[in-house]
Design a protein around this ligand. Structure first.
Ligand code: C2G
Length: 153
């Protein structure tokens, strides 16, 4: 009997923390199914994303450790998904510790340690800073060029 593992997430700006979690979840069974939050559901979650749902689900679905990627459209679909896919283990990262314990009525529930030092939010903020410092460098270069040009006037 195949042991199927289930998890859900946004997986925006896919990074090593996401990959590490999915690989560890996959290692708990024979198959891994991942529910990827739709853009509409992220609105409900109050979560801002950079990468559109169509790309996020294609990236997750293409991973060697993922057997099936499905849309996550609401908070309530988990029990139905567990029954439909005959899920043995539901798992999430430790930032969700305790939040889905009611699912223990239907399958094993595990929370695995998050990967510290990386998050989509941090990546987004880093990109924003890079962009701003780039503008500052451009401005400094422009000021230098202007001062040189003035000498030739
Ligand atoms: N994660 C991790 N380490 C990180 C970042 C994320 O282990 N550095 C894990 C999270 O704990 C989560 C999964 O990766 O289990 C996906 O993270 P998000 O894309 O942020 O998912 P989230 O928005 O928390 O959505 O119904 C559940 C929700 O859809 C979960």
């Amino acid at each position: 009997m195949q042991k199927t593992v289930l998890t859900y997430g946004t997986f925006d700006l896919f990074h090593i923390g996401h990959l590490s979690l999915l690989q560890r979840l996959r290692a708990l069974g024979d198959r891994l199914i991942v529910g990827v939050s739709t853009d509409e559901f992220n609105e409900i979650k109050g979560k801002k994303t950079v990468v559109p749902f169509s790309d996020r689900i294609e990236i997750v679905g293409a991973l060697r450790c993922v057997d099936l990627a499905i849309p996550e459209e609401n908070w309530e679909q988990k029990v139905g998904d567990i029954q439909r896919h005959n899920i043995a283990v539901f798992g999430m990262g430790s930032d969700w510790e305790g939040r889905f314990d009611e699912l223990k009525l239907h399958c094993e529930v595990v929370y695995l340690p998050r990967t510290e030092g990386v998050s989509s939010t941090h990546i987004r903020k880093t990109l924003k800073v890079l962009d701003r410092s780039h503008v500052r460098e451009l401005k400094q270069a422009l000021d230098l060029i202007s001062s040189i040009v003035e000498r030739f006037d």
